[in-house]
Design a protein around this ligand. Sequence first.
Ligand code: ATP
Ligand code: MG
Length: 579
Amino acid sequence: MRWSRLFLPTLREAPADAEVASHRLLLRAGYIRQLSAGLYCYLFLAQRSLRKIERIIREEMDAIGAQEIYTPELHPAEVWKESGRWQAIGDDMFRLKDRWGREHCLGMTEEEVVTFLARGELRSYKQLPQIWYQIQAKFRDEPRPKSGLMRVRRFTMKDSYTFDIDQAGLDEAYQKHYRAYCRIFGRCGLDFVPVDAHSGPMGGSESCEFMVPSPAGEDWLIECRESGYRANLEKAVTVARSPERPDPDGNGPPEEFATPGRRTIEEVSEFDGLPATSHIKSLVMVANGKPVMVLLRGDHQLSAVKLAEQTQDPHVRPAHPEEVRDWIGAPVGFVGPVGCHGVEVLADSALADRRNMVAGANRTDRHLRNVTPGRDFSARFLDLREAEDGDLDVESGMPVRRRKAIEVGHIFKLGYKYSESMGLRVLDQRGRSIAPIMGSYGIGVERILTGSVEQNHDGRGMSLPVSIAPFEAVVTPVNLKHAGQRAAAERIYSDLSAAGVDVLLDDRAERAGVKFKDADLIGVPFRATVGRRVGEGIVEISIRRTGATENVTIERAATVLQRLIRDAAPAPGETNGPP
Ligand code: ATP
Ligand code: MG
């Protein structure tokens, strides 16, 4: 295509409110424009890139026998009421009424709709397994849309759903997706990590998230190089570092001491001269409408996700100061497990085998020393804390590290939640009516683009992998007034076009410097520069990512570029297993 005829509105400056690189660059390079919070228009370049991503997704989904379907983005409330999620999901769901006052919502995921579809159609085990997928808009009224396309209120998802007769079938469908996802992200050129994940309100058991490590991410992953352990922070289980100071010897009973005005671990620790690791942090929480005391080592943080899972209450919350006073009889800052009756006590497992620690005394301005878990109070010991940098890996005993990452995809074994709640049943081999077992699998199409920009940019702009860059090559005549340059550029451009390369001809009447800058900004992987040496029949090929250049003859230019493009983009089936 001829650049002079395209609308590619590049900007010199990034808007001040764009914090992450992909947001800045997608705006500056003229890929996207904002309509309102979390709603974006995709201009020509973004659309080309997203279509390439979708094409890779389609090829790999088709390759595992998935069948593409399309369902409406607008859903009647009834199906969501059947599964119970009309009530369970809060403000994230866009809800609206039609002219007759009937309730609807905009689809944020499609388990209900595909289960509705399957229940009307599937009758027998002979029709299973099924894998259905679509690439379709999803709507979520995110509380904080941000970072450009990373967290938006309307995005494109590849979502697929599997129906199987038994667990073994589901395991296979899940593995197929796992491998397809590795190929998809590999072909899109992402450096990605599959991690063990928490499945959240989706229900179900096993799940895996595909993470793209990047400081711009909103998720954390915990990993150990030695053992290869990787998990989402929400689920990661690690061994805590040893306490800073060994516990004192002795079997004395708990002993009260005055801690006037010292409420936080930091304050008490400074006052008694003992490290945070010698203290017990006591938190009063409310789970299922009842008080629960949660104990952690002083330096540890509670994992809200783990607590929600352990208490089976997704809405578990800290108690208000008045509730703490009513239930425990002491103000926040001085509560502790000793003598605290009638309240369930959950202790993090890092407190097992400890002794003679410091905890709140359940009296204003008082703490206790010589508190030994198990002897001075009883508790259920569970994994409740958030893993942190420097914890030790369970298997290798080596330190783990914590990195930020962007979630690009997620696969879940749903189990029977939807087939059972919505009455999807088929006849098995013996003629019994049974519920099929389901899986659900998502990919955020825009997240692949943003993740890729985050991983592939420099001071000059984007350097997207050739497989998803909007154009594969640009031909840049340095001086358009020069007839020889014009002719050579036209020739290379038409050779490449004829060979099916996505090529741009920068035929704008701009200075060469401006053309180079723009091509680097929008991230064209390869450039043929037609300049002064055209008289000798020579042009220069350059590689955006490395800056490497090579002189070639005009005749060979198209062939060399085609080879570079082919070598840089893995073909279907030839990538890149999990890293
Ligand atoms: P997150 O934790 O980031 O909110 P999620 O767990 O809600 O994601 P899923 O419901 O598993 O996401 O959706 C599947 C995929 O859709 C995600 O892996 C992600 O790539 C993408 N996605 C989810 N929410 C958004 C959003 N608001 N904007 C863009 N992409 C999104
Ligand atoms: Mg979400």
